[in-house]
Design a protein around this ligand. Sequence first.
Ligand code: ZN
Length: 426
Amino acid sequence: MNRAGRAGARAALVVAVVLGAALVVVIAVRAPWVVLPEPPGGHTPVDPASVLPPDVRMRAESFAAALRPASLLSLLLSLGVSALLGLTRLGARVVTAAAAPLGGKWPVQVLLGVPALLVLGRLVTLPIAAYAEVIRHRYGLSTRSWGLWARDVAVSTAISALVTAFALLSFLWLVRRLPRTWWAWSALAAAGFVVVASFLYPLVIEPAFNTFESLPASQLRTDLLALADESGVPVSDVLVSDASRRTTALNAYVSGFGSTRRIVVYDTVLEQLPDAEIESIVAHELGHVVHRDVLTGTLVGALGAAAATALLGWLLAWTPLLRRAGADAPGDPRVVALLLFLLAAGGLLATPVQNLVSRQVEAHADLFALDLTRDPDAFISMQRRLAGTNLSDPDPPAAWQWFFGSHPTAAQRVAFAHDWEKLNRS
Ligand SMILES: [Zn+2]
């Protein structure tokens, strides 16, 4: 590499480190690290045995025991395949072969090569995904027909292949167009992409899997809209999603921005939960809106994407790595298999950090729900019902919870509500 190239790579590394530091600062400042002070008499002990009746608890544990090794195997296998394709010339060969019938110009190589690589990765883990679906059927958690399962797999693979192919096409266009400064421009583009995707997600992705109907006029609808008003969150509608086509799991969320913001409740929730518990779930979701958690998440995601892209500016200047992947230069379309591997590895490394922040954010929303509804009994029975119906293990292995746990465990959330009760008893 020439001197200018080396200087450019060093600048990319410096920018990546600065953006990474900014990311740490934003997380440290925006994440709610302490959510509840210690109540008089100390924190309520977290007792997993108290959350679920013994028979349900055993079911939840055996469900987790059947599914956890499969999830782990699927994760390792897809990372392994991605490494095999990205760190050998195999991926480059797939890209060249996919584009060969259409002339093999570089945009064609990206647009056909990326989907080919992603479909290959999906096929390898497909048997494990099918096994997991069998387990979810066996435990009564999935209500999907196999036809619907196949459609879901196809649609989500197609969406991710399409989005990734066009993202990498724009990336390579920048690399080829601006050989010295591409990493700076694509870091900006990556940040912008995260922001746009976060706005488009509820409008494009949600309707691809579910249909939504307005909750007809009822006491519950009035109460939910009043709850939203009280928390200062204008909501245009309460929608019911047809989640029962796929699952028995219970959930609700708030999505959209400004005038499109709406509360979405799974139809399973309406069927099974008393109104006070539905209000508790929705109050938690309103907490996310009031705390601007989507905005923070988007900001953190945008900074992370920019930092990771700048880091690519340094990594792709490393000729032995490119050669290993069968590419001649960063702008060579055969580099996409390497990019997909780096993306997968980066995503895996980011998971425990994301979940560490997520657990704090969720506890903060729980606090908001308790403050708004002032009904810890409904909150606790809702947590129990959710854990029982979703078969969440109330006491997962600590390492598992640390890495994969996006929410506090059900036992921790129940103890949290007891703490709140102690602090607000008078
Ligand atoms: Zn939440």
